[in-house]
Design a binder for this molecule. Structure first.
Ligand code: PRP
Length: 179
């Protein structure tokens, strides 16, 4: 697969405005509560960094990384931790931060794992909720944008580890095989 062109889907300004709104929604829900915000590496790093700067409850921050086995552009059902949470979650509200929910396998795995650590509540903030290939039902509590389909890069999202640094989200126009 080769990327031929990039078409803007959400520019930096649209993302910043939506992330600010999401931050206020999260502030309202967790006002006066203890919250742990967990970033799912690597894709969510930029969204997470921007989102937590809007939060005013002095959250604890942590990071996880998972590996999923399947092709490079899809997640199958086998997911495992390559970096676990370090902050104790027992009795605390936990907000998982994802860049994108696609098949749902990653979030399904993480919800099961984090629930087993005794979290008081578990919610999900995802910048992009992509429904097309959903294989496992996932409740996205705070969704930035809903996208029907397409292959997107930028603002943390990669293709073969490139394009993550782009300030906007782009649809990748793929060169057909053999072209
Ligand atoms: C992407 C994305 C989510 C996951 C969503 O991660 O960041 O974690 O896939 O897909 P799913 O809903 O089908 O499970 P990826 O495996 O590409 O790793 P990365 O975040 O390090 O880029």
């Amino acid at each position: 697969m080769k990327i031929n062109d990039l078409k803007v889907v959400y520019d930096a300004q649209a993302i910043a405005a939506r992330v600010a709104e999401m931050g206020q929604e999260i502030n309202r829900l967790y006002a006066g509560e203890e919250l742990v915000v967990v970033c799912v590496l690597k894709g969510a790093f930029m969204f997470f960094a921007d989102l937590v700067r809007h939060l005013d409850m002095r959250p604890e921050l942590d990071f996880v990384r998972v590996a999923s086995y399947g092709s490079s552009t899809s997640t199958c059902g086998t997911v495992s931790f390559t970096k676990d949470v370090e902050v104790p979650l027992q009795g605390k509200h936990v907000l998982l931060v994802e860049d994108i929910v696609d098949t749902g396998h990653t979030v399904d795995f993480l919800f099961r794992q984090l629930a087993a650590r005794g979290a008081k509540s578990l919610r999900l903030a995802a910048l992009v909720d992509k429904q097309e290939r959903r294989a496992v039902p996932v409740r996205v509590d705070f969704a930035g944008f809903a996208l029907p389909g397409g292959f997107i890069v930028g603002y943390g999202l990669d293709y073969a580890e490139r394009y993550r640094e782009l300030p906007g989200i782009y649809e990748a126009v793929i060169e057909p095989e053999g072209a």
